[in-house]
Design a protein around this ligand. Structure first.
Ligand code: PEP
Ligand code: MG
Length: 580
């Protein structure tokens, strides 16, 4: 048996036989052409590019109805790539001038483009190399016209199978889910790649970024995906397999039993009430809010309306989207203003021509909005107008200085004045909150708390910036640690700042949806948690089993602990309820 390590998406277990996609390693022929073969070879390449284009268009036309809306946009990006000169014309020149066969010419030019992307500092743009690999693979498949056995099997039902691939496009992920694959593992990809985001929202277990170790997997190998432990087991023995089957069945039974908690209160044993809210990115997230028992939406990531869109959504398009979310929400909705920039670019990053060295530290979120009022003001207008229809609040991302907050509040006042002047109906007293996700804002949280109606802790970025690790770089993923003493101190400080100012503090980063940290966060004073709907029942259960008073001493020990091993032991004690 082998254990392979990558990045687990979700905490689920999947068991199935491997279907290794041909594109984990497509071998290509390389030979020189005679002069009289050149024209035919160019036609062959043109035909293959066209075939790839038609394949993508067919994929777009046949997308399942429940496919996330951005899937279509991902396909469009690949269609655009087919027209890129490096793919559309440079290989033709290579065939003509160097007399290399079509596969070789295509691969040579693609490798140049891939090397170019690999050299880019901007990790978002760097990740675009995967799109090049996927597009080139489509053309190679058509050139070779020799689908592998695995490619054939992909056309059938994949129930009982785990797909193994170099990478999956988001569109492939949706299609394969439609064919009932149990899970997938990939050579490339980090926890917030587009594919990972989709895997989460489609609830497909996956482990990404296995790199070279993926080559140990062969077709039909029995695999176990253990998302929680970032592990793929290859050919486990019967005893281990039985244990994983048992764990998987227990998890499924637990998910079902947790559904009965939908209407129960999120209240601790010692009578503290906690508010549980949902994070929303895609329209289909709205369908599951009620079933999950969410009391409202603690983070509505509005930039998903803009990402991969060909043009900026108009004020009225935004207005409709915000009204739809407000209408479906069981309670208040924290509409986060645009958090574009860094890994989240308008139109999929195609128009981003700057080569920012450190994009996560660059013109992102509120910084970008303040720089571009034409982007910011229509969004604010749409939110204030939509706020008439439900309980909206406005949440500002990535605040780092008070002057930024002052400027934002000024623009908000301007927008309200303009709406009044234009006679447009809107709700004026929408609460304004700020995300505390930059260490500077966390340290000065008391100053922000005095000017805001609520705070929300964005642990994804707070951890990234505090520990100086790029959250989308899978090479430094192992350093991402919510339990780092610096992170815990900052969280406590933010919660205390909110309490002193008498305003609510919630948490909407991934840490809020991880039941390993629920008791710790309750002990630090957190009373509002916002997370993906799928995590909500489990967190509610954990809250209902917790006794905050009884945990105080362990919480103090955790905050004072310095050695990681001691910390792990204390967290285990806290979660087992064996403390104090
Ligand atoms: C965060 O940073 O924790 C957060 C919730 O926002 P995002 O993940 O969208 O940056
Ligand atoms: Mg953030």
């Amino acid at each position: 048996m082998l254990s392979l390590f990558g990045t687990g998406i979700g905490r689920h277990i999947a068991i199935g036989r491997a279907v290794v996609l041909g594109n984990t390693e497509r071998t290509i022929s390389r030979h020189l052409l005679k002069n009289d073969q050149i024209d035919d070879e160019i036609s062959r390449l043109r035909f293959a590019v066209n075939d790839a284009r038609e394949g993508l268009m067919r994929l777009a036309d046949n997308l399942p109805l429940n496919a996330p809306p951005e899937t279509r946009a991902f396909i469009d990006v690949h269609l655009l790539m087919l027209d890129d000169p490096v793919i559309a014309t440079a290989p033709i020149n290579t065939i003509r001038e160097q007399k290399k066969n079509a596969e070789w010419a295509l691969k040579l030019n693609a490798e140049r483009l891939i090397t170019f992307f690999e050299g880019i500092e901007d990790s978002y743009l760097r990740s675009k190399k995967n799109d090049v690999i996927q597009v080139v693979d489509r053309i190679l498949l058509s050139l070779q016209q020799t689908p592998t056995e695995a490619d054939n099997r992909l056309a059938n039902d994949l129930a009982g199978h785990i797909v193994v691939a170099a990478d999956l496009t988001p569109a492939d992920t949706v299609m394969l889910r439609h064919r009932h694959m149990n899970g997938f593992v990939t050579r490339f990809g980090g926890p917030i790649s587009h594919t990972a985001i989709l895997a989460k929202s489609l609830r497909v277990p996956a482990v990404l970024g296995l790199h070279g170790t993926i080559d140990y997997i062969r077709n039909d190998d029995l695999l176990v995906i253990d998302g929680a432990n970032n592990t793929v087991l290859v050919a486990p023995d019967e005893t281990l397999l039985a244990e994983f089957r048992h764990r998987r069945d227990q998890a499924q039974a637990r998910t079902l039993s947790l559904q009965s908690l939908q209407k129960e209160k999120a209240q601790t044993q010692d009578g503290r009430t906690v508010r549980l809210l949902a994070n929303v990115e895609l329209p289909e997230d709205l369908d599951v809010l009620h079933d999950a028992g969410a009391e409202g939406i603690g983070l509505y990531r509005t930039e998903f309306l803009f990402m991969n869109a060909h043009q900026q959504p108009s004020e009225s398009e935004q207005y409709s989207a915000y009204c739809q979310v407000l209408e479906h929400s069981p309670g208040p909705v924290a509409i986060r203003t645009l958090d574009l920039g860094a890994d989240k670019q308008v139109d999929g990053g195609r128009s981003n021509s700057q080569n920012t060295v450190n994009p996560a530290l660059g013109l992102r979120a509120i910084r970008l909005c303040l720089r571009e009022p034409d982007l910011f003001k229509p969004q604010l207008r749409a939110i204030f107008r939509a706020a008439i229809t439900g309980q909206a609040t406005i949440m500002i991302p990535m605040l780092s200085s008070l002057s930024e907050l002052d400027q934002t509040l000024m623009i908000i006042d301007e927008v309200k004045d303009e709406l009044s002047r234009d006679g447009v109906p809107f709700k004026s007293d929408v609460p304004i909150g700020g995300m505390i996700e930059v260490p500077a804002a966390a340290i000065a949280a008391d100053l922000f708390a005095r000017k805001l109606d609520f705070l929300s802790i964005g642990t994804n970025d707070l951890i990234q910036y505090t520990l100086a690790i790029d959250r989308i770089d899978d090479e430094v993923n192992y350093l991402y640690n919510p339990l780092h003493p610096a992170v815990l101190r900052l969280i406590r400080q933010i919660i205390q700042a909110g309490a002193t100012a008498g305003i609510p503090v919630s948490m909407c980063g991934e840490m809020a949806g991880d039941s390993d940290y629920t008791r710790l966060l309750l002990g630090l004073g957190l009373r509002e948690f916002s997370m993906e709907c799928s995590s909500l029942p489990e967190i509610k259960q954990r809250i209902r089993e917790s006794d905050i008073n009884a945990q105080r001493a362990t919480i103090e020990k955790i905050l004072a602990a310095s050695a990681p091993s001691q910390l792990d032991q204390l967290i285990a004690q806290l979660n087992d309820g064996t403390s104090d």
